[in-house]
Design a binder for this molecule. Structure first.
Ligand code: NAP
Length: 488
């Protein structure tokens, strides 16, 4: 089975509106071995979904009160006799203690819900181990990605996926049907060899986020150090002024927009590099280097981190006037002006600069919020390819241009003021402009008709140096065809 096929749900959605209790699988008796957290939540969910539940415990009398009254709690051997589908809600270490039940379990479907404590903990997956202990049973791996809490609270939006695999198609279909009646979306992950992969899923810690998070932290550290030198260390060394109080808010708040802005440009830079590579080699069939491939795959996470930093920057900026240091400095300035008898302190250029850069900044944040919202799977799924590409590509690029305007109006003419070069270091905003401006210039160049046309042809399969069949309109408007080198 191909990877694409495996990602598809086993069953299509069936409407149960107006007839909630009547579903093909409900009414069936399901067995649960074990009486722990998972078994309890599973039993509650199964009962709520219209199934009859029989729980097998080593000590049914003690455990019965923990289960809903509709569920029957009995000894393990008694329970498995009453059903053909049994969820094994027991840890792998205790599978061997179930071997006494081998005879009564023969020919039945065992659903392995277990997880490990470490990735690739054992040589064989837990499901394969269970299958080796009970060769007369059909083992299906599933439900391990759902927590006891999710089971109990119910998959209300019907969006929670349950990954299922087994070597037996019929058994897999039965378990998928049960999952669907319970409100989950079953996903066919193929045969039993996928069990290891399914068991590793709950143990992975944000695999797609590692590189973007390190990138964001690296950029934060670089810009923070740079701003610290300019805003705290320079006044201390040159004027013996203690500006340490600036570290928690001011330095952080000048660092966050730098990270956000550069990260946003890093979302679009790999696309530019990919286009350069396609133009240079004259083909789209040449593989990109691994680092570029990885970069392209992490654009969503990089963009979301850019939005996160921008949102933090907005909150920090709103809080700036609340600080006591700000109030003291304001009063100090007012007193100085009163002493100097300065009545008019209005600087028209400064007023306009600030009005514009705050307004542009708010628009940039709004666009970034839109990009972040549309990257949510539920929203992405409701968009067609053109809508998604328009928002993520065109609107994203506009967000980069608006952020550049925000940065330029913030910096204004400071890049040309030599007092701004602390220890000969240029103002931070000039550094942040480097990558985004490169991306913007490259995008403008790619939109020139001659380059755009060539890029479009390459993306439709045209290759440099290849002979292709062409079709040309004749002077009469009719089409004639022939062979030529597409390189010409
Ligand atoms: P638990 O609370 O410790 O329950 C385990 C149950 O196993 C016990 O209540 C016990 O029931 C039964 N058992 C049978 N033979 C046993 C033996 N020899 N020694 C000890 N217990 C034995 O664990 P759990 O959290 O429900 O997890 C059960 C399985 O579900 C595990 O494989 C786990 O990886 C998987 N899982 C759990 C969650 C979750 O959120 N908890 C999520 C996904 C998957 P009796 O005493 O009645 O026999």
């Amino acid at each position: 089975m191909s990877r694409g096929d495996m990602a598809k749900p086993l069953l299509g959605h069936r409407s149960t509106e107006g007839d909630p209790g009547v579903t093909p699988a409900s009414g069936r008796t399901i067995g649960v071995l074990g009486s722990g957290d998972f078994a309890r939540s599973l039993a509650i969910r199964l009962v709520c979904s219209g199934f009859k539940v029989v729980v097998g415990s080593r000590n049914p009398k003690r455990k019965a009160s923990l289960f809903p009254s509709a569920a029957e709690v009995t000894f393990q051997a008694e329970a498995v006799k009453k059903t053909d589908v049994i969820f094994v809600a027991v840890f792998r270490e205790h599978y061997s203690t179930l071997c006494d039940l081998a005879d009564v379990l023969a020919g039945k479907i065992l659903v392995d819900v277990s997880n490990n404590t470490e990735i690739n903990h054992h040589k064989e997956s837990n499901a394969e181990y269970l299958a080796s202990l009970f060769p007369a049973c059909t083992v299906v791996k599933g439900f391990n990605v759902v927590s006891a809490w999710t089971l109990q609270s119910g998959a209300r939006d019907g969006n929670k996926q349950v990954l299922i695999c087994s070597n037996n198609q019929e058994a897999k279909r039965t378990v998928a049907e049960i999952a669907q009646v319970m409100g989950f979306t079953p996903v066919d992950m193929g045969c039993m060899s996928s069990a290891c992969e399914i068991e590793n899923i709950p143990l992975r810690l944000l695999p797609a986020w590692k590189i973007p998070i390190f990138l964001a932290l690296g950029l934060f550290l670089c810009f923070f150090t740079y701003n610290l030198i300019r805003q705290v260390i320079h006044p201390f060394i040159r004027e013996q002024k203690n500006k340490l109080y600036k570290i928690p808010i001011e330095v952080v708040n000048t660092t966050l927009p730098c990270v956000s802005y550069v990260m946003l440009s890093l979302v679009y830079l790999p696309g530019v590099l990919a286009a350069c590579s396609q133009l240079y080699y004259g083909t789209k069939y040449r593989r990109f280097p691994d680092w570029l491939d990885q970069w392209l795959q992490h654009r969503k996470q990089i963009g979301l981190l850019s939005f996160f930093c921008a949102a933090l920057h907005a909150v920090y900026s709103l809080c700036l006037p609340m600080r006591r240091s700000h109030r003291y400095l304001l009063i100090e300035t007012a007193v100085k002006q009163a002493v100097e008898k300065k009545m008019n302190i209005w600087v028209e250029e400064e007023v306009w600069r600030m009005e514009i850069y705050i307004s542009v900044g708010i628009i940039a944040l709004g666009l970034l919020s839109l990009l972040a919202i549309t990257s949510l799977p539920s929203i992405t799924n409701s968009l067609n390819w053109r809508e998604f590409s328009f928002i993520q590509s065109s609107l994203g690029f506009i967000a980069l241009v608006v952020s550049t305007l925000h940065t330029l109006t913030y910096g204004w003419s400071r890049a040309f003021d030599e007092n701004q070069y602390k220890f000969y270091l240029p103002p931070t905003y000039t550094l942040t402009l480097l990558v985004p401006c490169t991306v913007i210039i490259a995008k403008v160049i790619f939109s020139l008709p001659c380059i755009r046309h060539r890029l479009l042809r390459i993306r439709r399969g045209w290759e440099k140096g290849r002979y292709v069949k062409f079709v040309l309109p004749s002077a009469t408007g009719e089409y004639s065809s022939g062979e030529t080198s597409s390189n010409v």
